[in-house]
Write a protein that binds this ligand. Structure first.
Ligand code: SDX
Length: 380
């Protein structure tokens, strides 16, 4: 290959590396569509499991397809005692994303047949990952508190059951409804870093558990899924609305990024942030306000005149943490919750990659040494 003609594109910005029919984003207009359906309409009218079905198989399920899908997911929520016992060996101080990545990868030990050309194997893998990831996260939360994990409850919906397993008590129906909408909002977002990771891993024809474990590890980073945790830490460090101006000034002076702001695709406020802000207000109306919300609103108001011209606006992570906080979810579980949802998108891309696979192997521009000889130790 004639390297002199290669043009370097750090972060592959703007470079299409695949064709996909799963998700479309209009960054200028702030539009997000899953298989052609607007995110706002899905958040309002759909459920997470229905949206997951749509993303993975391309069409909204019929009522019998949805009933079967929900029943299969419900049937597979439980974890093998071996996975639970393995999690009991994890240090309590470990980050839940590391616990999730280890546990998700361990499923490959139980379902090792890499029959990815068998539709039944693919279907079962989709069911198991969607069903078991919430149980893994709830299990680690109880284990690190010194409690035994509790079994899923088959009489509860997907989101209500997760909140029950996490908190050991049945939550208000509004909490489950809002949580389910959060899962819809985070389910898919075209070729973000963790989904790209999933596609690269999928392109080697490894098993879906390794694909999801790759993606979980990628999502954990603070520039990606980890930002939702950092937004709350940032708001708490600002503490009061009157401190916002100096915070912005110092951040811009020190070239520190304002967490929850900016996006590679969006040049306006992330449509998901708009809906998450509405969900936060719905929870505040019912369960009481979070004083960090005034800090967040002031930060948005004062940062936009300084960053908006560069197309930097609130992204999905800016308000999501305030929703989860009001639901009583510990901060270091915000990103694992992102993974509960995004596994639907990762699995959709896994299937799509398998449908027209070519292993990812990009090029590079070499900037290292010219060929040289090895020198003996005494001559160095
Ligand atoms: C997610 O890709 C996806 O779809 C991801 C996601 C999904 O659903 O999967 O939407 C989820 O990851 C949302 C993003 C969460 N991350 C954060 O909130 C962290 C803070 N944001 C930034 O790190 C940044 O905005 C990124 C990583 C989100 C986007 O980075 P880019 O597109 O690579 O932009 P960049 O870092 O090259 O910045 C371009 C300019 C720079 O200024 P200059 O050097 O040109 O003067 O914009 C500035 C940056 O300093 N900038 C910011 C900023 N983000 C970018 N300045 C202040 N605060 C910020 N948040």
């Amino acid at each position: 290959m004639d390297h002199s003609k290669l043009i370097l594109k750090p972060g592959l910005e703007g470079i299409p590396v695949t064709q996909s029919s799963i998700c479309d984003i209009d960054g200028k207009k702030g539009k997000l569509l899953y298989r052609g359906y607007e995110i706002g309409e899905l958040a309002q009218k759909s459920s997470f499991l229905e949206t997951a079905f749509l993303l993975i198989w391309g069409e909204l399920p019929s009522s019998s397809e949805l009933r079967d899908f929900e029943a299969e997911v419900q049937m597979h929520r439980r974890l093998s005692f071996r996975v639970r016992d393995m999690m009991k060996c994890f240090p309590e101080s470990g980050h839940p994303m590391d616990a999730l990545q280890s546990s998700a990868a361990s499923l490959g030990l139980f379902y090792s047949r890499r029959a990815i050309d068998d539709p039944k194997y693919v279907y079962n893998a989709v069911i198991r990952l969607i069903a078991k990831i919430p149980t893994m996260i709830a299990a680690f939360q109880l284990i690190r508190k010194g409690h035994d994990p509790i079994q899923p409850r088959d009489d509860l919906t997907y989101s209500a059951n997760f909140l029950y397993m996490l908190t050991e008590k049945e939550q208000d129906p509004l909490a489950a409804k809002v949580f389910d909408k959060c899962l819809i909002l985070h389910a898919e977002h075209s070729l973000n870093a963790s989904t790209f990771s999933a596609r690269v891993t999928a392109s080697t024809l490894t098993d879906p558990y390794a694909v999801v474990a790759s993606a979980v590890g990628t999502l954990a980073g603070p520039l990606h899924g980890g930002a939702n945790e950092d937004v709350i830490a940032m708001l708490e460090s600002i503490n009061k609305p009157e401190n916002v101006s100096s915070f912005i000034e110092n951040s811009l002076r020190d070239k520190r990024k304002i967490m929850g702001f900016g996006h590679r695709e969006y040049r306006v406020k992330d449509p998901r942030a708009i809906i998450l802000q509405q969900l936060a207000e719905e929870l505040f109306d019912r369960f009481g306000k979070d004083e960090m919300y005034d800090v967040a609103k002031r930060l948005e108001k004062e940062a936009i005149p300084k960053l908006g011209a560069k197309g930097i606006y609130p992204n999905v992570d800016f308000y999501s943490g305030l929703v989860y906080r009001k639901l009583g979810i510990p901060r270091d579980l915000f990103t694992p919750i992102f993974a509960i949802s995004r596994v639907a998108g990762w699995l959709a891309h896994w299937r799509e990659q398998l449908g027209a696979n070519r292993i990812f192997r990009p090029s590079q521009i070499y900037t290292g040494s010219e060929p040289r000889k090895w020198t003996p130790l005494e001559q160095r």
